[in-house]
Design a protein around this ligand. Structure first.
Ligand code: EPZ
Length: 428
């Protein structure tokens, strides 16, 4: 196990190239199950979650090849296996995305229930409701979802996929993929509008699917008899970009994220302005300018896209820890997504929680300490806070960070941070 040792107080200046989006590449890799031809993702990021998804696909009989340039090519078997292993799905909820493509391609899928994660219950009722609407028979048996299609295959339907919290990103993805090979037309109302859903749809179009309404809450899919291979470069990772921009605001300096899509970060740009930071934008870059000044207290409420992303909530909280006043952070997607809160308090932050609301009383200084990473974004928030904490911070269990950030310490060192990755002898 590794740890990151960070000495705070350094300005950050420079550029960070943004990689392919984790939350787009995982469903795109799952879409390879829809054809027996090769699907290539030339800009797949080097993340442990990508390797885990490739392990899941190998378990189902797929061939996987990583290219030296970072891309990955996948080709599913003529007759893919039906059952994924509990151990891999337990590690990564995103592997539930194999359910829809496997079911519609082979007529059967046995996928381990993903279980919960550190920030609460992660239901999949929407996934199951959508697949049932397409004619699937579903049951839960010994911790597995057993899904079977009628012998004649899935049948297109008109259905509503919203949840109490809005819509489900991977739920929309699963149903959209299943519908591509169903008989007839499927209309999904209440579809998630996240850019990653639209990106998966663009990949499916390249494979020969017939889809209209991508990026809107109404997606129409006309089933076809088969899909072909394709080469699809996924969209840039808006959460990775947002994370480095917050790093620049916290530490002070000028940080530019290149190869990103500013239009996917409009809400963060707006919040930066509210908090008193200058943001410049170009066609494919964003730059935040900060002289390390404390932020103006700025509230955020997490919402489905285009609202403030729940995946940037922890990072924003790290920035508000030194704001000149009280900020309210309301988590509407995952009300329990506050594992970072007690660890930020260890760094000297003053935060109280009432249900889904965190009340952050900004303070002049944070001080370095031992902290433990928990989930992917909470861990990134601890690194950000450590950049401005006095003295040394050790972030333990950084494997959480490696799930979604490619070589975070190298990118931060290139910007001027004092950060070192080491073996974690003392780690919990
Ligand atoms: C995706 O998860 C992302 N993961 C998450 O990113 C992200 O936080 C989330 O969308 C929200 O944007 C991937 O894309 C791999 P949901 P997903 O289904 O699809 C409720 C990260 O850090 N819900 O959109 O699992 C659910 O409880 C990860 O990169 C149901 O009620 O999220 C939540 O409140 C973390 N029933 C809301 O909907 C369901 O069947 C959104 O969940 C499914 C979800």
């Amino acid at each position: 196990m590794d740890k990151l040792t960070i000495r705070g107080g350094r300005r950050l200046d420079g550029e960070v190239p943004i990689g392919g989006a984790k939350n787009a590449v995982l469903p795109v890799l799952a879409a390879s199950l829809l054809t027996d031809q090769v699907l290539e993702v030339p800009n797949a990021p080097r993340l442990s979650d990508v390797r885990t998804m490739c392990e899941v696909l190998r378990e189902l009989g797929s061939g996987v090849e990583f290219s030296s340039r970072g891309g990955v090519s996948v080709q599913s078997a003529q007759r893919p296996a039906s059952r994924t292993g509990w151990d891999l799905v337990r590690k990564m909820r995103g592997s539930v995305c194999v359910l829809g493509p496997l079911l519609t391609r082979t007529g059967r899928a046995e996928v381990s229930l993903p279980g919960g994660c550190v920030f609460g219950v992660r239901p999949i009722d929407v996934h199951l409701k959508g697949l049932e609407a397409l004619g699937a028979q579903l049951r839960i048996d010994h911790g597995y979802i057993i899904a079977e299609a009628p012998r004649s295959g899935l049948v297109g339907a008109e259905l509503f996929l919203g949840t109490a919290f809005g819509s489900s990103v991977t739920g929309t993805m699963n149903v959209m993929m299943a519908a591509t090979l169903a008989k007839g037309t499927t209309v999904i109302h209440g579809a998630a509008c996240e850019p990653e859903v639209e990106d998966l749809g663009n990949c499916l179009l390249a494979m020969g699917a017939r889809i209209h309404g991508l990026g809107s809450p109404r997606i129409e899919i006309e089933g076809v008899t088969e899909l072909k291979g394709a080469t699809h470069a996924v969209l840039p990772d808006r959460i990775e970009a947002g994370t480095y921009l917050v790093a620049g605001a916290i530490a002070g300096g000028r940080v530019r994220t290149t190869g990103c899509r500013p239009q996917h970060l409009s809400v963060l740009t707006d919040r930066f302005f509210e908090a008193g930071y200058a943001v410049e934008r170009g066609p494919d870059w964003l730059e935040v300018r900060s002289d390390g000044q404390r932020a103006r207290p700025t509230d955020v409420t997490t919402q489905p896209f285009p609202g403030f992303p729940t995946d940037l909530q922890a990072q924003w909280m790290a920035l508000m820890c030194r704001a000149e006043g009280v900020s309210l952070i309301t988590e509407r997607i995952y009300p329990d997504r506050y594992m970072h809160l007690p660890e930020l308090v260890r760094l000297g932050a003053r935060i109280r929680r009432q249900e889904a609301v965190a009340i952050v009383q900004g303070t002049e200084r944070l001080s370095g300490a031992h902290v433990t990473a928990s989930d992917l974004r909470a861990s990134a928030a601890l690194v950000l806070a450590a950049l401005v904490a006095e003295g040394e911070t050790q972030v333990h269990r950084v494997y959480h960070i490696d799930r979604g950030y490619e070589r975070i310490e190298e990118r931060l060192v290139n910007l001027g941070a004092d950060i070192l990755r080491e073996r974690d002898e003392e780690g919990p």
